[in-house]
Ligand binder design. Sequence first.
Ligand SMILES: Nc1ncnc2c1ncn2[C@@H]1O[C@H](COP(=O)(O)OP(=O)(O)OP(=O)(O)O)[C@@H](O)[C@H]1O
Length: 443
Amino acid sequence: MSRILIVEDEPVIRTALRRLLERHGYQVAEAGTVAEAQADHDLPAFDLVIADLRLPGAPGTDIIARCEGVPVLIMTSFGSIQSAVDSMKMGAADYITKPFDHDEMVLVVGRILSQRRLLRQAQALKSDIARDYPVSGMVGHCAAMQEVFARIRKVAPTDAAVLILGESGTGKELVARAVHELSARHDAPIIAVNCAAIPENLIESELFGHEKGAFTGAVAAHRGLVEAADGGTLFLDEIGELPAAAQARLLRVLQEGEIRRVGSAHVRRVNIRLIAATHRNLQQRVAEGLFRSDLYFRLRVMEIELPPLRERGEDLEELAQFLLTKACRRLNRPLMALAPEAVALIRDYAWPGNVRELENALERAVILSDGGQITPELLAIENSPRPALSEEPLSLEEYFRRFVLEHQDALTETELARRLGMSRKTLWERRQRLGIPRTKEHT
Ligand SMILES: Nc1ncnc2c1ncn2[C@@H]1O[C@H](COP(=O)(O)OP(=O)(O)OP(=O)(O)O)[C@@H](O)[C@H]1O
């Protein structure tokens, strides 16, 4: 619902205008002067400000500079063309002469608000393009990816919170953007925030905003990213990293639709859809007391789990070809093909960094390539499968244990030793020391 502030000193006109706008579904606030508007309201939080030009104290146009881009509609007195022109020069979105016709006012307000929506959309689109996210370009035919697509389609039209799970680089942000694109909110912005990338002491004010003087260095009030996503979608990547205080504020946003800036006693209403993602086991973080269980239960209503790349079977080759074409286009190189040995290598490798790692390997190969083919050497990946990386870096022993347990049924002992870069004797000795006996006899 769009929020409009009326700044008008004549109570009769103010009330009439308020009723008119409320009848058309707008949420309306009032002030009698520019000073009052500034003291009592958070101007950038409105979608439109309608101000009378002639007010006690400062003129209505003085509010334009304080609105941080929120459009201002100026009401001028009948016949005063010069003041209308001056208002436009000062940055007003439009002007309307008093006494105004009700239909005309509703029309002008509707037009300014739809222009604002378009502008926000364009800004969101611009940042999308900058990040190069092909929202609808998701490759995936395997059963697990088909299940992912089915869930995206099912959950998108609802307003339910979504939790996306998957190893790093599996496409979690891409899924979040697809959910937003297929939702009723698609013409409002999606604001993507990586919780792990913001220092812990800044995250609350980045997300929820702060008031002037809320902490040292807070020289001006600041609107947080949650408010910026109002009407649209907030995508919190790596939500498992959110500190406890921010978790509590976020819960309030989800439960009550309310937000309180850091250092403020004032509560604002916000309407966001939350999509969260993590590569961590959130349930375990709840058990460890690091993540609030009530927030976890709200988030997990709808889960979408992305399979790691090594479990996507035939998709791997198609995805590699798709990403190769994308890299060639981006780098302005003629289209290239994958040599059969490169395809075999890609299939054999465990891709701990998933799609992003594959994308990077292909991009590097395109840059290095002189011909029209990507050979295994250009991919510069080890041609032995590896266990996936876990959250913590693996110790050598743990690496060894996982590798053996994962591959011992498929490989002979000789092959296993060769891939681990050791002799059969060393493999046997290490098995004994770590207590990983052989499951069956291999030659
Ligand atoms: N199914 C897919 N089809 C095509 N491209 C994909 C697919 N999945 C991921 N990608 C590409 O892989 C890259 C990584 O995807 P994305 O950033 O969505 O992963 P992520 O899981 O959010 O990563 P992280 O956990 O590191 O935040 C992006 O460039 C994305 O376009």
